[in-house]
Design a protein around this ligand. Structure first.
Ligand code: NDP
Length: 345
């Protein structure tokens, strides 16, 4: 077996509110022996995503909590370095939910593991613009947002992995697109690089007034990524017949007791005329995984979808990068480079 020393980042303690460095622990682990039908994978890129934070709580949700001492969950891009499988050869690249670690052994039929084509787009984008966040934007916008030309769409966390794709797709569909983002640099990027019509900086104050000024004809679609104050500012501006795909509410993920948060569902259903709104999971469109990935890839290659990445170096940098992402320190998709790509990649 190829000698790869594995390190994994495990959950040492459950974060109380904002995660701290010592909620995580780097461990050396034995990978064991490769069995028939298995592959040894070297991790190149690790994705850091907001959903990981609720999974660190000991609370019921759509996903099981990460156990104390367990490897933190997460999707990676990896390269097969040894294979006892008919399906994968050495040198193949894949995405898999393998967690925060440097290498892993997997059955070749591991659920959620997909071969990817490195020649098409950079490998890292399979965790961002053409990966899970891109597919989230695609399904949530098209199937729940149902955009029509001329409508006004607002998207929060607009410069981020999901929000940047939502807004660019809505522009392709002829919508008037308004982003909400934190700070002048992100807002400038959203209008000048991503091509949104306007961007409201929620950190500047006067959010309700600034949003109303940016949306003089009201809001037809609100793609919800953050909840909290932004959702409360959007709610009174929603037009009759509006749609609100609820993707997430990151503003509350670091709450000491998230069950006490006012959720977007509560905010929008309490309106006199509630919009069409529901929480969704990107896995609802799992059967379209390849078709949506191919479409997003084509748009990236045609220059119709642009993206930005924030890259942390090495597994030991993952906890700080994760904490930063929850506070908006990331600018675009937050990744961790675990191993450098080989020259042929
Ligand atoms: P991003 O790349 O957008 O990074 C998170 C961003 O959230 C930060 O950069 C920050 O941007 C913003 N943010 C953090 N705190 C606040 C706050 N209090 N108020 C407003 N904005 C805040 O992350 P993703 O694109 O990966 O995820 C966006 C959302 O989509 C999350 O809620 C996530 O849980 C959800 N999601 C849901 C999926 C599903 O299947 N339902 C799948 C994937 C993601 P800024 O600096 O602009 O504040």
């Amino acid at each position: 077996m190829t000698a790869i020393s594995n390190h994994a980042m495990v959950l040492a303690t459950r974060p109380n509110g904002e995660p701290r460095e010592d909620d995580f622990r780097l461990e050396q682990q034995d990978l064991g022996e490769l069995q028939d039908g298995q592959i040894l994978v070297r991790v190149l890129w690790l994705s850091l995503d907001p959903y990981m934070r609720p999974m660190m709580n000991d609370a019921k949700s759509y996903a099981k909590p990460v156990p104390i001492g367990g490897t933190v969950v997460g999707e990676v891009v990896g390269e097969v370095v040894e294979s006892s499988s008919q399906k994968y050869s050495v040198g193949d690249h894949l995405t898999a939910y393998a967690g925060w670690q440097e290498a892993f052994i997997a059955d070749d039929s591991m659920p959620g593991m997909y071969k990817i084509k490195p020649a098409d787009v950079p490998l890292s984008t399979y965790l961002g613009v053409v990966g899970m966040p891109g597919r989230t934007a695609y399904g949530g916008l098209l199937y729940l947002g149902k955009p029509k030309s001329g409508e006004t769409l607002v998207v929060s966390a607009a410069s981020g992995a999901v929000g940047s794709v939502v807004g660019q797709m809505a522009k392709m569909m002829g919508c008037n697109v308004v982003g909400v983002a934190g700070g002048p640099d992100k807002c400038r990027y959203v209008t000048q690089q991503l091509g949104f019509d306007q961007c409201v900086d929620y950190k500047q104050g006067n959010l309700k007034e600034n949003l109303a000024n940016a949306c003089p004809s009201g809001i037809d679609i609100y793609f919800e990524n953050v909840g909290g104050d932004v959702a409360r500012a959007v709610a009174p501006l929603l037009n009759k017949g509006s749609r609100v795909p609820i993707c997430g509410f990151i503003a509350n993920y670091n709450d000491t007791d998230i069950s006490k948060a006012e959720t977007p569902q509560q905010i929008f259903s309490s309106l006199e005329e509630p919009p069409e709104h529901r929480f969704f999971l990107q896995t609802e469109w799992q059967d379209e995984h390849q078709a949506i990935t191919d479409q997003l890839t084509a748009w990236v290659k045609q220059g119709k979808l642009v993206y930005r990445e924030s890259i942390a170096e090495g597994l030991s940098a993952a906890p700080a990068a994760f904490r930063g992402m929850l506070n908006g320190k990331n600018f675009g998709k937050q990744l961790v480079r675990i191993h450098p790509e080989s020259k042929a990649d």
